[in-house]
Design a protein around this ligand. Structure first.
Ligand code: URP
Ligand code: ZN
Ligand code: ZN
Length: 461
């Protein structure tokens, strides 16, 4: 298998130059001008197009038992959607329904959902929802199997949340094992009490989801986690940071030496809380946690991204149909399954509203949507860049393409799109996974089951 991409404008997190890329087998073997290839090579002409490293979504849910139901996607649908949208590697969360189930079983279950079914490469963050001697041993085994990041929830009382003692012990274990701890930061008790307050006042609509999880509740979670992490020197990564208050807490922690990385989501950059206020329960499509915020936060995050205070842009893809699933919360916003799916749209929305709108440059775009995730989660330089020896995960991107997003044409398995009718400026015209073409002219042509588990070594000592 050989692949030649000719005449592209190659963009990495730090460079921008014109050259050809040649891959013999699964890795890039040559980069240079006027490269030739054997007659049987696949040749892609990238004249007038960018060539980016395959994008990485570091926060995805595919198999997710959650809030009395299951997320809609399978690895078949999600990996196709990811690839059409330019994402060649995703990191899914292993989130078991019950904290009492053995974690080793969770790891096997999630592997079983992905191996042989995914068209893109994948790896996992291991959720830790309880910690004792036995689970610490299982976690050590799972890290040895190649999962070098944990996920913890300070939110979701009675489901995924943990005690402060467990938090303390988890952060100590992570430090010992050299893994980074990703964390959903919202104060679970405050959320619960505020939910009771609003429901008690008869305020049951989707718009009250925001009021039950105001910015301070999230910022308190960030502060709480940073304080605990500081005690052990553990490396932490704040998932789905949504508001200035949380960003300020994270930046303050970074200034005093806490090793902290910040993720935000494409949803927070382009949507705001008015969407969750749409009439006739339409707002339920826009319920996720932390909630969409006041529009003023968007500029704060575009600035933080431009300055690279924010490391990564993810999706927290968690798909629940409007009919039959979001509708479970018609009379009670606390029963609306949380999630605004965007796995397929992340890269195009970031390009359209970031690069094409002049808010961020191309290198920052690549850094936030690919390179930083590879570095933080131990996949660099195999993933996240274009270099000799790196996997030939490449996105040939057409900046002149114009199209619209619609549920009718999307590949994710969902009955709506949160971005219905939105214009995109640019899209991947070709995508390769380890040297094989998986998307051509915007259409999936890849191989279900070819996606590999990316084994990751601990890199946060
Ligand atoms: O609303 C969200 N974020 N849904 C998925 C679960 C989580 O919190 O990551
Ligand atoms: Zn979360
Ligand atoms: Zn999540």
């Amino acid at each position: 298998m050989s692949l030649l991409i000719k005449n592209g404008n190659i963009v990495t997190a730090g460079e921008n130059y014109s050259a050809d890329i040649y891959a013999e087998g699964e890795q890039i073997t040559r980069i240079g001008k006027n490269l030739d290839a054997p007659p049987n090579a696949t040749v892609i002409d990238a004249t007038g197009k960018y060539v980016f490293p395959g994008f990485i979504d570091p926060h995805v849910h595919i198999y997710l038992p959650f809030m009395g139901t299951y997320a809609k996607d399978t690895y078949e649908s999600a990996s196709k959607a990811a690839l059409v949208g330019g994402t060649t590697t995703l990191i899914e969360m292993i989130c078991q329904a019950s904290a009492q189930e053995p974690m080793r079983d969770g790891f096997e279950l999630w592997m079983g959902k992905a191996v042989g079914k995914s068209a893109c490469d994948f790896t996992f963050h291991q959720a830790v929802t309880r910690l004792d001697q036995d689970t610490a041993g299982q976690l050590t085994d799972i890290v040895e199997s190649g999962v070098s990041s944990f996920k913890i929830f300070l939110a979701y009382k009675g489901a995924f949340d943990m005690t402060d003692k467990e938090l303390y012990d988890t952060l100590a274990l992570a430090k010992k094992l050299g893994v980074v701890v990703t964390a959903h930061c919202e104060n679970a008790d405050l959320v619960l009490e505020l939910q009771k307050k609003y429901l008690g006042e008869g305020k049951t609509g989707p718009e009250y989801h925001y009021w039950s999880r105001p910015p301070r509740v999230e910022a308190e979670g960030v502060h709480h986690l940073a304080t605990f992490a500081e005690t052990h020197g553990t490396h932490i990564y704040i998932v789905h940071t949504s508001c200035k208050e949380s960003l300020d807490e994270a930046m303050a922690a970074a200034e005093r030496g806490v090793n902290i990385q910040i993720e935000t989501l494409i949803q927070y950059l382009v949507l705001d809380k008015s969407y969750a206020e749409l009439p006739n329960f339409e707002g339920a499509k826009y319920v996720m946690s932390p909630p969409l915020r006041d529009k003023a936060n968007q500029e704060v995050f575009w600035n933080a991204l431009r300055k690279r205070y924010v490391s990564t842009i993810a999706t927290d893809h968690a798909p629940f149909d409007f009919v039959g699933q979001k509708e479970m919360g018609r009379d009670d916003f606390t029963k609306i399954p949380n999630g605004i799916p965007s796995l397929e749209d992340r890269v195009n929305l970031l390009y359209t509203h970031g690069v094409a709108a002049g808010r961020i440059d191309l290198n920052t775009f690549v850094d936030a949507a690919s390179t930083q995730a590879a570095k933080i989660f131990g996949m660099f330089p195999r993933k996240g860049t274009i270099a000799i020896g790196s996997d030939a995960d490449l996105v040939v991107y057409d900046p002149n393409y114009r199209g619209t997003i619609s549920a009718k044409t999307q590949h994710i398995n969902l009955d709506y799109s949160a971005f219905e009718g939105w214009e995109i400026k640019g899209r991947p015209s070709a995508v390769t996974v380890r040297g094989e073409v998986a998307v051509q002219d915007g259409k999936f042509v890849g191989t279900i089951g070819r996606g590999q588990f990316v084994k990751r070594e601990p890199n946060h000592f």
